[in-house]
Design a binder for this molecule. Structure first.
Ligand code: NAD
Length: 248
């Protein structure tokens, strides 16, 4: 049987062509779920959903805007009737040193990663009346203090996501809503926006026992596990998907 048969899922930041969110959307669809891809641009979100299959949908949603989050969840509920899984995947990063983080940098990185995770969860939880699963995208940067690409504000935002995950997992466990985090290591996507030099890449690869960057599909496998009943007794956990780069 398919692992997510008949489930409905929202995946934020799911429209990046080589991104983790899109790979999760595809894997969820392959396992029988209907997926709503939320991303900044309506057209890109819709096109991505259609590429995955006719039963899926794309919705414009800036996760830093609380009303937009509520509106997007309402649209999904109106169309499908219920919500089983939320994947808080939208995220941005910036390669800055501590002393170079200006107020705008701080706001941008904390808002998309951390505030967005809170706002989307606040919008989704009231609709998870039959239980549900929330999967939050943290990072190895939260666990080891950066050292891959993002600056300290990114590490802080991703560490904040771990705190939010664990506190919300405690709060909503009695209602059958499981909340877990994934900590990817170095995954080959476009989040580094051309700013990753060959030298930086070689440095990162030296620190990975498996000797290769991860793929978006590597992360999606873990998201399928956390969204499905295979992880029925897991809540408040963080799962490392990093090729051994942080064995602890
Ligand atoms: P990506 O840049 O390919 O995709 C991110 C997506 O989020 C984009 O489609 C973007 O439009 C969307 N987005 C940005 N701001 C948004 C907003 N305000 N509202 C809605 N959507 C927004 O990045 P990716 O590498 O696929 O990263 C996905 C997640 O995984 C992020 O949270 C990232 O921090 C995390 N992560 C990535 C890596 C890695 O090495 N790639 C490692 C650890 C964690």
């Amino acid at each position: 049987a398919l692992l997510l048969d008949g489930k409905t899922a929202i995946i934020t930041g799911g429209a990046s062509p080589r991104g983790i969110g899109r790979a999760i959307a595809q894997s969820y669809a392959d396992q029988g779920a209907r997926v709503a891809i939320l991303d900044l641009d309506a057209e890109t979100a819709s096109r991505t959903a259609t590429e995955i299959g006719a039963q899926h949908t794309g919705i414009a949603c800036d996760v830093t805007d609380r009303n937009a989050c509520e509106e997007a969840v309402s649209q999904v509920i109106a169309a499908w009737g219920w919500l089983d899984i939320l994947v808080n995947n939208a995220g941005i990063t910036q390669p800055l040193k501590s002393l170079d983080i200006a107020p705008d940098h701080y706001d941008a990185v904390l808002d998309v990663n951390l505030r967005g995770t809170l706002y989307m969860s606040q919008a989704a939880v009231p609709h998870m009346t039959q239980g549900g699963a929330i999967v939050n995208m943290s990072s190895v940067s939260a666990q080891r203090g950066g050292g891959i690409f993002g600056g300290p504000h990114y590490s802080a935002a991703k560490a904040g996501i771990l705190g939010l995950t664990k506190a919300m997992a405690r709060e909503f466990a009695p209602q059958g809503i499981r909340i877990n985090a994934i900590c990817p290591g170095f995954i080959a996507t476009d989040i580094t926006a051309g700013k990753l030099t060959d030298e930086m890449k070689a440095d990162i690869l030296r620190g990975i026992p498996m000797g290769r960057a991860g793929t978006a599909v590597d992360v999606a496998g873990c998201a399928v596990f956390l969204g499905s009943d295979l992880s029925a007794y897991c809540t408040g956990t963080e799962i490392d998907v990093n090729g051994g780069s942080l064995i602890h």
